[in-house]
Write a protein that binds this ligand. Structure first.
Ligand code: R1X
Length: 245
């Protein structure tokens, strides 16, 4: 089957996929694979395939925001992907988790517009427990601050005149905010596949803590490196649990 937006053939796509927003990060991840090859680069969607410790894996960029990312997730699932892991960045809600920390998202608050058009209000966006555990275990092996927790998915990046309720989400226990995980978790549930997500914190989302936003620091780059290693090792761990090797 040909997937027209990612511009890939399902025959070329393995069952495990890492997804990330940035096409350059997809390339960075692909450099860590055995026999890596680029299959396509169309709009924000860049697709590589290769192997990690012999396990076939795809690496695909989904761009910024739930609506565009959803197209990527849906086409990958149509291509036969059954395990999706987002390797992303997010803003922190707490000084306990400064830039450079890693968060494994157990569930996502659905403040995006996309999932409202897919499922009713109140339907949860939840990560698959096996994928979440594999990510947390693999991330903990990388060192640094690693936490599991609820993340918030929103659409707005630059604030308008409406106050986004960051404080309330923080008080309710959310640890970080980003723009795609709710879409990933809801689509995984709708289509009967499993998904998990790990994010590197690149600054503070809470206005009281926020300084000048600069995600282009060595601390963030090192955290991204650790989350990539964690996601790849999570694939290896899951493939062993799945009895694939
Ligand atoms: O998920 C968020 C979005 O894809 C985090 O980083 C991007 C915006 O900088």
């Amino acid at each position: 089957m040909f997937l027209p937006i990612l511009q890939i053939h399902s025959e070329d796509i393995p069952s495990y996929a890492l997804v990330c927003g940035d096409p350059m990060r997809a390339e960075l991840i692909s450099r860590k694979l055995e026999e890596a090859r680029e299959l396509s680069f169309s709009r924000e969607y860049r697709t590589f395939v290769g192997r990690i410790s012999g396990v076939p894996v795809a690496v695909v960029s989904h761009g910024v925001g739930s609506a565009g990312a959803a197209i990527c997730f849906e086409e990958l699932i149509r291509a036969g992907v059954t395990t999706l892991i987002r390797v992303g960045t997010a803003g922190s809600y707490s000084e306990e988790n400064p830039a450079g920390s890693l968060i494994v998202s157990t569930a996502a608050v659905r403040t995006d517009g996309l999932t409202r058009q897919l499922v009713p209000d109140g339907f949860p966006a939840v990560g698959d427990s096996r994928v979440v555990e594999a990510l947390y275990e693999a991330a903990s092996e990388q060192g640094g601050i690693v936490r599991k927790g609820i993340t918030v998915t929103l659409d707005v990046f630059f604030q308008g005149v409406v106050d986004f309720p960051h404080k309330q989400f923080k008080q309710a226990g959310a640890v970080a905010v980003e723009m795609e995980i709710a879409a990933l978790y809801v689509i995984a549930s709708l289509r009967g596949v499993r998904a998990g997500a790990i994010v590197a914190l690149d600054g503070y989302a809470d206005a009281d803590l926020a300084e000048v936003y600069d995600p282009n620091t060595d601390v963030v780059a090192q955290a991204v490196e650790r989350e990539i290693q964690a996601a790849l090792q999570a694939v290896v761990k899951l493939s062993i649990l799945d009895g694939n090797r």
